[in-house]
Ligand binder design. Sequence first.
Ligand SMILES: C[S@@+](CC[C@H](N)C(=O)[O-])C[C@H]1O[C@@H](n2cnc3c(N)ncnc32)[C@H](O)[C@@H]1O
Length: 331
Amino acid sequence: MSIPGSRQKSLHLSGGKAEIFSGRLGCSYHSQESTRTVKEALEESGRFLRERKIENPRLNAEIMLGYVLGKSYSDLCLEPHRLLSFSQLTKLRKLLIKRSRHQPLSYLVGREDFMNLSFLVNSKVYIPRPETEVLVEEVLKSLRPLSETEAPRRAAIIDLGTGCGNIAISLATELPEAIVYAVDISGEALKVAASNAELYHLKDRIIFLKGDLFHPLKGINLTGRVDAIVSNPPYVTRDEMENLQPEVRNEPEIALDGGEKGLEFYQRIVPLTSRFLRRGGLLALEIGYGQIEKIKDMIACQEDMQPPLIIKDYQGIERIVLSKKKVAGER
Ligand SMILES: C[S@@+](CC[C@H](N)C(=O)[O-])C[C@H]1O[C@@H](n2cnc3c(N)ncnc32)[C@H](O)[C@@H]1O
C-alpha cells in the first residue's frame, strides 16, 4: 500500500498558496479516501489556477475534476460533499500543474467539442475552434436539401488540412449521403482523425489521404465532380508565430504557420479549386484577421469563380470566404 503522505510530498512542486498543494491531506493509512470533498477540490483548484493567471480558472477546474471523476459538471453539483480518493486527488494535482504551465485544457482531457460532437484530440492536432463552426454551417447551408421532400444528394466534399477530422466528420454526420475526402500532411493528425471517424461510425464515408493539399487526390477521378472544397488551412503570419499565446505555442507548428504573410496556403488552394469543383460547386475557406482583401484578389483572378461572399465570425471578424464556380454561360 502506498503511503499517502510521501506521494503528496512528491507532488508538492508548485510553491503555490492554494491548499490543494498545501500538504494538508488529513488522511488515514487505512482509507482510500482523502479528506478533500468535490466542493473543496473545485474551490482550491480554481484558486490555484487563478493565482497562476490561467483564464477561466473555475471552468478549467470543473472540467478537470469532471474528467478525473468521469462525471459531468451537473453530476459534480449533485455530490459536493463526496470525498475524492487519493488517486483522484493525485491525478487532479498533476493536471493542475500541467495546466498552470499553459498546456491546453483540451490536450489534458483529450477532448474538444465542435458542432455538438466531442472529438478526441492530442498534442499532434490543432484544437478545433468555435469560429470554424461558422465555416461548417455555411457549407451545410449550401449542401443540405432545399426541402424535406428533396432527397439528400451524394455530395463529394474535399476537406484540406483535416486535423482531428472535425470538419469532415461534422459534414458527414449532417449530410448522410456525402463522401468526404479528408487530406492532411500529418500522419499523426490523420491517426486521430481516423479514430474520431470510427467513433462516429463514418469510416465508410470519409476517405483519409496523407499528403500535400490536392496531391493525394491525383489518383482519384474527381475533376469537375466535387460539390464543395472546404479548408481551414494554417494562416498565422511569421510575425504572429513569434508572439503566440502560451497555450497556442503547444499546438503543432505545421497547423499554424501560413508563411510570411499567412497567405501561402490560399495562394496554392485557390488556383486549383475550379479544376475539381463541378459547376455551381462551393469553395469555403476560413481566413485570418485582415487577410480578406488579398484573398478576394486571389479569387478575382479565377475567371470561372464567382465574386466571394464574406461571413463574419462570432466576434464580428471577417472569417469565412465563400465562392461558387460559375455555372455554364455565367459571366
Ligand atoms: C489550422 S489546422 C485545421 C484543422 C481542422 N481542419 C480544423 O479546422 O480545426 C490546419 C491543418 O492543415 C494541416 N496541413 C498543414 N500543411 C498541410 C499541407 N501542405 N497539406 C495538407 N495539410 C496540411 C495541418 O497538419 C493541420 O492539421
